[in-house]
Design a protein. Structure first.
Length: 244
């Protein structure tokens, strides 16, 4: 067990370094991998000194049960997230909302570019669909996400009149609120985001009054997929149990 914990700690540290080299420090959440690395190494040391063997049996049993329940809960939530990522889009939608993500000086981040590529494919497959690109400007972004998103699609050849901008939102909930104000009642709506994000986006859409919103998963960036899945776990727990 000490060897497994130490190996896990080293892997978390290596992955943190890979994230920095791959995309830079674009999210404070990346620090969780440092914390996990330290936690695994500490746990390995505690196993090495046989700390848990000196605890009373009821305490050890309680710790084991607590860890087991937490692990099963984590697996259950991640299963929901992965199920959302496998959503198969239904019939052509009147409108699709492309949820924003980080924009750099050079243009959309990798995750956002994948969403926009999916929107481009969908627009070609469904020539009557109107695209709403949604996202405001963060403190570390050179422009609104929506303007960068629209420019990306226009450069790919999508007609200007088919792309509407929603430039005020700062999170997924606001993406859906402000975009919804641009959509006529009685029309069908699809939501485009990276696969890991679809489960939560659809839940938020339901709580906001969207009727039968359809998820349209885009590909996810493989290098950042572990951190996205981990971060989405906490986001799903917050939105499903705290947002009604």
């Amino acid at each position: 067990m000490p060897v497994i914990c130490v190996a896990a700690g080293i892997l978390c540290l290596i992955y943190f370094i890979v994230l920095l080299l791959y995309s830079g420090f674009t999210s404070a959440f990346y620090l969780v991998w440092l914390l996990m690395s330290a936690g695994f190494l500490l746990l390995g040391w505690l196993f090495r000194i046989r700390f848990f063997q000196h605890l009373p049996l009821p305490v050890r049993t309680g710790i084991l049960l607590f860890v087991s329940v937490c692990f099963l809960f984590f697996l259950g939530v991640e299963g929901m997230i992965l199920k959302g990522a496998l959503t198969i889009p239904g019939e052509a939608q009147d409108y699709v909302i492309v949820l924003g993500a980080h924009v750099r000086a050079s243009g959309p981040s990798r995750a956002l570019a994948l969403r926009l590529d999916r929107a481009y494919e969908y627009a070609l497959e469904n020539p009557d669909t109107i695209i709403i690109v949604s996202g405001g400007q963060g403190s570390n972004e050179p422009c609104t996400e929506s303007s960068a998103m629209k420019q990306y699609l226009l450069e790919k050849g999508i007609a200007d009149e088919r792309v509407l901008e929603e430039p005020k939102s700062t999170n997924t909930r606001e993406n859906l609120i402000f975009s919804g104000e641009m959509i006529p009642e009685g029309t069908s709506v699809g939501i485009i985001s990276n696969g890991f994000h679809i489960c939560r986006a659809l839940h938020l859409a339901e709580t906001l009054g969207y009727e039968n919103a359809s998820g349209i998963p885009a590909k996810s960036d493989l290098a950042t997929q572990p951190t996205n899945l981990l971060r989405e776990f906490f986001a799903v727990v917050k939105d499903f149990w705290l947002v009604r």
